[in-house]
Design a protein around this ligand. Sequence first.
Ligand code: GRF
Length: 189
Amino acid sequence: MINLAIFASGTGTNFLAIHDAILNNELNCELSIVVSDKPTSLAISNAKKRNLNTFSFSPKQYVSKEAYEMDILTQLKERKVDFIVLAGYMRLIGPTILNAYENKILNIHPSLLPLYKGKDAVGQALKDNAKQTGVTVHYVDSGMDTGSVIMQESLEVYKNETRESLESRIHKIEHRLYVKVINKVIEEM
Ligand code: GRF
């Protein structure tokens, strides 16, 4: 069985969608651990409610990124994690984890990369009056949303669309697309 780790900093709806897909046998892997840099995040409390293994940490309590990533790595190795899925994890992955999981880390981003990299991609698209935007799943490298693209899906931005409406339509696509890509990656492993 392939062991998966999910890293999340926030609400964790993508984490829940992936876990639901595993529970429904739509994904043939095990969710071995949920990792978060926000001990009080909804993602962590939901993971605990679902009796999943968790590791949360406060980056401020470490001297460096290398130091906290070493602790994460210990957890990943203990759980025999094969690959990592970032789901709203708001930190760049450093060389400590990147070198240990080369080409084995995925991220999802709410835009058609390379457009609207970084924070608030939905806000960037709205500000830009974009007529379409979308969702990208890509491999993670040392840059911010720069790794090679695996799959994208676009959607139209409606005239006068609110942020709430666009975000909610994007989330729906994300939940479906992420499961599809994880399935593909597992099949190729
Ligand atoms: C998603 O929009 C994802 O694309 C981005 O962060 C958001 C996380 O949402 N990387 P959630 O925490 O999974 O609800």
